[in-house]
Design a protein around this ligand. Structure first.
Ligand SMILES: [Zn+2]
Length: 252
């Protein structure tokens, strides 16, 4: 085995030993069953490790990840994970988590060709095209994170529209769907406020979240424009102020 890989086994042994030392019987306790309350549908990006950033232990979070955190209605892999999570494990929350500066979203936005994955990212391009009028009103550098948020709304609604979630709601099972965005620059999660826990709530939750998202980004554009104007007026060319202005809105 290469040294690089044997290092991973070393790290694994250390992790297992320290976990067991902190909590004796931890692993044997997980042998018989898992009973996570949450399911995470996130991006495969290595900078967004699901368990770590919400500080949950093995057994506490049921995870599915793919490029750009998509729920495509013909994706038997993701659907199977949701079905098992809802019908067998009885998770109470399904959380779709996008992240700022997502490479998959950026590639989709820019029509960047990477190979087979382009077909997968076509679903993000569908989101882009659906919201083209809004996105075209944003400066280039803000567009990617706006599309990240829009994609979270769309994928959250897709989860709500699966037969699995709809059937669960119909039989009175308690399960809520949420959409969050993780900020790579500060390690914090933001709630996109598209929570739905019944079929009747989905359309309103989507509409309200979308209106809020648009308002937030338009406000960010205005703030950015006024900052640029005041910077020009003062003659300042500070790279710090330009860095801060390109980070708008505050939710990212
Ligand atoms: Zn990503």
């Amino acid at each position: 085995m290469s040294r690089e890989l044997s290092e991973l086994f070393d790290r694994n042994r250390q992790w297992a030993a320290s976990t067991e030392a902190r909590s004796p019987g931890f692993f044997t306790g997980l042998l018989s069953q898992q009973s996570p309350r949450y399911m995470w549908l996130g991006c495969a990006d290595s900078r967004v490790p699901a368990n770590e950033l919400v500080d949950l232990l093995p057994g506490e979070l049921f995870v599915h990840r793919n490029v750009a955190n998509l729920l495509v209605h013909s994706d038997l892999n993701a659907l199977s994970v949701i079905q098992y999570a809802v019908d067998v494990l009885g998770v109470q929350h399904i959380i779709v988590v996008g992240h700022s500066k997502c490479g998959g979203v950026r590639a989709a936005l820019d029509n960047h060709r990477s190979g087979l994955v382009d077909n997968w990212l076509r679903h993000v391009q569908d989101v882009r095209d659906t919201h083209e009028a809004f996105l075209s009103g944003l400066p280039d550098e803000l567009r990617i994170d706006a599309l990240v948020e829009l994609n979270v709304l769309e994928q959250s609604r897709n989860v709500c529209r699966t037969t699995i979630v709809r059937d669960a709601w119909q039989r009175g099972q308690s399960v809520a769907v949420h959409g969050w965005v993780y900020g790579l620059h500060d390690g914090l999660l933001r709630d996109m406020a598209i929570t739905a826990s019944a079929h009747e709530e989905v359309a309103d939750a989507y509409d309200v979240a979308l209106a809020s998202l648009r308002q937030r980004w338009r406000q960010a554009v205005r703030q950015r424009a006024s900052r640029t104007t005041s910077t020009e007026a003062s003659g300042s060319t500070s790279p710090i102020s330009s860095t801060v202005s390109s980070r708008a809105p505050s939710s990212l």
